[in-house]
Design a protein around this ligand. Structure first.
Ligand SMILES: C=C1C[C@]23C[C@@]1(O)CC[C@H]2[C@@]12CC[C@H](O)[C@@](C)(C(=O)O1)[C@H]2[C@@H]3C(=O)O
Ligand SMILES: O=C(O)CCC(=O)C(=O)O
Ligand SMILES: [Fe+2]
Length: 324
């Protein structure tokens, strides 16, 4: 089932306003902070994640999604496993199929998934090496952000996503070409692949093949298309990082539109803290009289609340402090 929306124009090549951050340059820390404040979204280049790791995992993902539906549904499940059209369990749908996995190292919960593939061990190894490398890059980015904010120690944010028992998720999304997008039959309207939402975690790290479709929403309500770039990573600020910075960074609303001709394959690492982690603004970021905009919560409390909400809900609203 698909949801239709008004057509949106594609950006001209080279004209995208999305910040591009070279993380091999320590001076990029200021641009990183600005990107988190202005967009809650940025593209990372010179990231050090080997392209072979990415290619192997993408190859394995394509193999998986090419299996007959009857086989893929053998590993359907909630929250982890294969899913088709239904997103979450509260009635959201999209033109997408996906595989959700626990990205915590040595997690036993993923063992079933690759068993369907010809070479299950290749998939497991690719996933493990990819998550190790992406987690390392994520920590580097969080440490540059911490530095840019003038916070000490440097691992204040990165330690939240690198402890042994962090709650991180890995997601593979496949958006098949969509025959419903047809000028004659639907007037060329868009079909929603993944409906608008913010990510609940601290930060999300996305990479896709060369098919575009991802859009971010600016605070003025405009959608801007993110030009595809298969060799870069796209980061988005999650709800938890918005709270940790007392609203200085914005968790970015985003969505994916289906393509009429090409498949999009994306892989996203959602860096979350441990379930017992307390989420509240970092005191060093609060000015003299400044108060927290949010009631304190643990990641487990927030996650439960988020997973009971619809995709487009403003999940942080329930945790905002009422001002008199
Ligand atoms: C409708 C939903 C899907 C989601 C859980 C939720 O109830 C609200 C948040 C959704 C989201 C968005 C980011 C990630 O893709 C995700 C895995 C997550 O942590 O929160 C999904 C959840 C999901 O697909 O189950
Ligand atoms: O598939 C994409 O490009 C983005 C999907 C997304 O935002 C998500 O899975 O949370
Ligand atoms: Fe998302």
């Amino acid at each position: 089932m698909a949801v239709l929306s008004k057509p949106v124009s594609e950006p001209k090549p080279g004209s995208s306003p999305i910040p591009v951050i070279d993380i091999s340059d320590p001076e990029s820390k200021h641009a990183l902070v600005k990107a988190c404040e202005d967009f809650g979204f940025f593209k990372v280049i010179n990231h050090g994640v080997p392209s072979e790791l990415v290619s192997v995992l993408e190859y394995e993902a394509v193999e998986f999604f090419s299996l007959p539906k009857s086989e893929k549904t053998q590993v359907a499940g909630y929250p982890f496993g294969y899913g088709n059209s239904k997103i979450g369990r509260n009635g959201d749908v999209g033109w997408v199929e996906y595989l959700l996995m626990n990205a915590t190292l040595d997690s036993a919960s993923n063992s079933l998934i690759p068993s369907l593939l010809k070479n299950p061990q290749t998939f497991r190894n690719a996933l493990e090496e990819y998550t190790i490398s992406v987690r390392k890059m994520t920590c580097e980015v969080l440490e540059m952000i911490t530095d840019g904010l003038g916070i000490k120690p440097r691992n204040t944010l990165s330690k939240l996503v690198s402890d042994q028992n962090t709650d991180s998720i890995f997601r593979l999304n496949h958006y098949p070409p969509c025959p419903l997008i047809n000028k004659k039959t639907n007037g060329g309207k868009n079909v929603i692949g993944f409906g608008e939402h913010t990510d609940p975690q601290i930060i999300s790290v996305l990479r896709s093949n060369n098919t575009c479709g991802l859009q971010i929403n600016l605070t003025d309500g405009c959608w801007i298309s993110v030009p595809a770039d298969h060799s870069s990573f796209f980061f988005n600020v999650g709800d938890s990082l918005q709270v940790l910075t007392n609203g200085r960074f914005k968790s970015v609303k985003h969505r994916v539109l289906a393509n009429s001709r090409k498949s999009r394959v994306s892989m996203i690492y959602f860096a979350g803290p441990s379930l017992t982690q307390r989420i509240a603004p970092l005191t060093c970021l609060l000015d003299n009289e400044e108060e927290s905009l949010y009631q304190e919560f643990t990641w487990s409390e927030y996650k439960n609340s988020a997973y009971n909400s619809r995709l487009s809900d403003n999940r942080l609203q329930h945790f905002e402090r009422k001002t008199i």
